[in-house]
Design a protein around this ligand. Sequence first.
Ligand SMILES: Cc1cc2nc3c(=O)[nH]c(=O)nc-3n(C[C@H](O)[C@H](O)[C@H](O)COP(=O)(O)OP(=O)(O)OC[C@H]3O[C@@H](n4cnc5c(N)ncnc54)[C@H](O)[C@@H]3O)c2cc1C
Length: 534
Amino acid sequence: MAVKRSLWMFGLEADEPSYEARVAAAARLSERLGVELQAPRIPPVETLQLRKPRITPPEALAGFCRQDVRDRAYHSYGYDRVDHGVWGNYPNPPDVVAHPRSDEELEAILEWADNGGFYVIPFGGGSSVVGGVTPPDDLGPVVTVSLDAMDRVLEVDATSRAARIQAGVFGPHLEEQLRPLGFTLRHFPQSFAGSTLGGWIATRAGGHYATNHTHIDDFVESLRMLTPSGWLETRRIPASGAGPDPNRLAIGSEGVLGIISEAWMRIQLRPRFRASAAVTFPTWDGGWEATRRIAQAKLWPANLRLLDPELARSSAGTGSGAALLIIGFESGELSQRSNIADALSIARDAGGVVDDAEVRVEDGSERPTGRGGTIGAWREAFIPGASGGGLGGLAGLGVVAGTFETAVTWESWPELDDRVRSATHEALQVTCGGGSLNCRFTHVYPDGPAPYYTYVGARPQGMKAAEAHGAVKRAASDAILACGGTITHHHAVGRLHRPWYDQERPALFARVLRAAKSTLDPGGILNPGVLIDP
Ligand SMILES: Cc1cc2nc3c(=O)[nH]c(=O)nc-3n(C[C@H](O)[C@H](O)[C@H](O)COP(=O)(O)OP(=O)(O)OC[C@H]3O[C@@H](n4cnc5c(N)ncnc54)[C@H](O)[C@@H]3O)c2cc1C
């Protein structure tokens, strides 16, 4: 599929807002933030000047390697591309971008890079928000290996409900291949349209399930990963007690141990039974108390999103001061009528207000619920959030807009929320002269929530975007770690989260990880700077 992805925002070139739309957005934001913002013109690709490639692939590999300006510029960044792309800033592009079409071509490119001592960066959809695919400065030649030509569902075992799938497939193309067979992987991260199966596995992505089956980890039955030391291939089994799980070495390895080429994934019937409801709470605390009780009742709703009053107002139009809990159940086989009734009874008990018009139950229909009312309003704000309509559309306007996320036990949550909010507000005040912050729970566990924060401020004249983001990010991340949270629930470690991941990870585990890296990647060529230093 020859789609052109944008060089400066998350999404397709075809969906980029026009210059005029960006000027209008800058004007609106200027008014909202009380500062003067402008939309720069984005340099066309023909005008980009990139460093000359330092290496050339041999004839035998040339058929699937590219060195043109656009491909190298595109593979210079993950989603950290935004402001760089706006300014045409590509100081450190990969020298070669390989698009292997088979395991044999994958082996050939890795062997060439390993023999030459060139660095290799595995690349899926490039939606990493943590610098996971960005070549670091001061490196020797870099070969970025994009899996985009390995994008097929190879086999389906309908009896066991599993499918063998190539790693480079993007979310929509994967679902297109499973749909005619009545199946779905049903893993929908917000970046679904612009990320791949291999990227999800390599980063332990979190999908749309708010409880229970959340991380991609739960869906991996077995996988194949090519390392400089050979293939690591695991056995297809539903579960095993045979020692540490070898899948777990590859899941979350962020391209530092090998390149995942395919996986057997657990698939499911497409849902036909659904039930959903929106519940408002007079206070934020009341909302998270209800959420905790529903999660601990083990009802396992597919959706259990709690929005703080600020976000509920801006994205779902609820009255001022009310937190909003969106509850959704789904199944391919069973009515969800009694599950939603049980969840609503818990929510009411905790002080929730339920409008009967906001409760929808569909028994055996193909049509999904939640398309109207408050949930519909929230969906319409949430889904474009992953494209140019979201933070990406603000790129280059001089706005400091970003997100961070964590997970923490219920016991530590209230303190974490307090400290993260005050540290982030203080950093926004010092850096931007003020700004806004909101929070939602993207995922919820019986022992704690996964809160997700979004901040917006105006960048002072003369300050670089990375500097402004860095100040906010540092304050928030320090507070998260100090209160017992993790540096990331699903955005991965990459390069951005290294300082906090290094504190969070047990020192002895770091040695074990280093030992694994030196066994699988003795030359230390794979994704340097990510996750661990060789
Ligand atoms: C708007 C937006 C919304 C997002 N929402 C979510 C969300 O809801 N949930 C979530 O979990 N994340 C989310 N993310 C983060 C990101 O989409 C995930 O980390 C995703 O899993 C990355 O997949 P990718 O295919 O784009 O991988 P890439 O960004 O290309 O790579 C990510 C990392 O994985 C490695 N890698 C990629 N493919 C392979 C492979 N085949 N073998 C070995 N290593 C590989 C890379 O080297 C890199 O370290 C979001 C990002 C954006 C921009």
